[in-house]
Design a protein around this ligand. Structure first.
Ligand SMILES: Cc1cc2nc3c(=O)[nH]c(=O)nc-3n(C[C@H](O)[C@H](O)[C@H](O)COP(=O)(O)OP(=O)(O)OC[C@H]3O[C@@H](n4cnc5c(N)ncnc54)[C@H](O)[C@@H]3O)c2cc1C
Length: 200
């Protein structure tokens, strides 16, 4: 299963599986509000990235490092990191992100071709927490009490964070599944699989 912990728990034993319920209770997701803007041209090419130190704000012109916009156009992602459990006014957050753009890309509104505001995105399904043992305290991929079920995701296993954790736990889950279904002499398949993942 490659979902978040809540969805996984809801799909198993009608939400009553003890380990999964505990994992859901322990997981603290990190959420962000995003304002994405596609511009016909970039007003201020000197400001390609801003990471605020006194406020949880971020702005990156991703089209400067990847082909995400037509020639002369620009794609900018802005983010506000939200405190877990905090109640907030989405409109106020959108204005905050617009102010960030006003400051570092003045005149951006005249250049807008498309824009979208996503008030509540999951940045990660579970923040790594020191009190539960850090990376090594994360659950899975095995699920206690259910043979042949493995989890994969950014909240699973002891390797990496964010997308790296998803890929590392997916690889481990696949290796564990292969061990269950393949006779021992065919374990070469496992290393072929690792090689494919490693070279991508
Ligand atoms: C704005 C933003 C910027 C980010 N930047 C970075 C970055 O620079 N680097 C980085 O490494 N990470 C970054 N991340 C984090 C990264 O995107 C996540 O860690 C990663 O996508 C987690 O992947 P996942 O597959 O583990 O989980 P998810 O992406 O949460 O995927 C779970 C999937 O399960 C599906 N699902 C749920 N229920 C069911 C069901 N019943 N049946 C079938 N499917 C179901 C969901 O629709 C979802 O697609 C960023 C995230 C955001 C929001």
């Amino acid at each position: 299963m490659a979902t978040g912990p809540e969805e996984a728990s809801a799909l198993l034993d009608g939400g009553e599986h003890a380990a999964l319920r505990r994992w859901v209770q322990e997981a603290v997701p990190a959420r962000v509000a995003c304002l994405d803007v596609a511009l016909k041209s970039l007003p201020e090419p000197k400001h390609l990235g801003v990471l605020s130190l006194d406020q949880p704000l971020y702005m990156v012109v991703h089209s400067a490092s990847a082909r995400l916009a037509p020639e002369n156009g620009a794609l900018i992602h802005t983010i506000k990191y939200l405190k877990p459990g905090e109640r907030y006014d989405p409109q106020a957050v959108e204005h905050e992100l617009e102010s960030l753009l006003n400051r570092f890309q003045p005149g951006w509104q005249r250049e807008v071709s498309e824009q979208q505001f996503l008030p509540h995105m999951n940045a990660t399904n579970a923040i790594v927490q020191a009190h539960s043992g850090g990376l090594t305290g994360r659950p899975g991929p095995e699920v206690p009490g259910i043979r042949n079920l493995y989890m994969a995701g950014d909240w699973v296993g002891s390797a990496g964070q964010l997308a790296s954790a998803s890929l590392a736990s997916a690889r481990l889950a696949a290796q564990l599944a292969c061990k269950q279904i393949l006779p021992p002499k065919q374990t070469a398949v496992e290393s072929d699989y690792s090689f494919t993942i490693g070279t991508r």
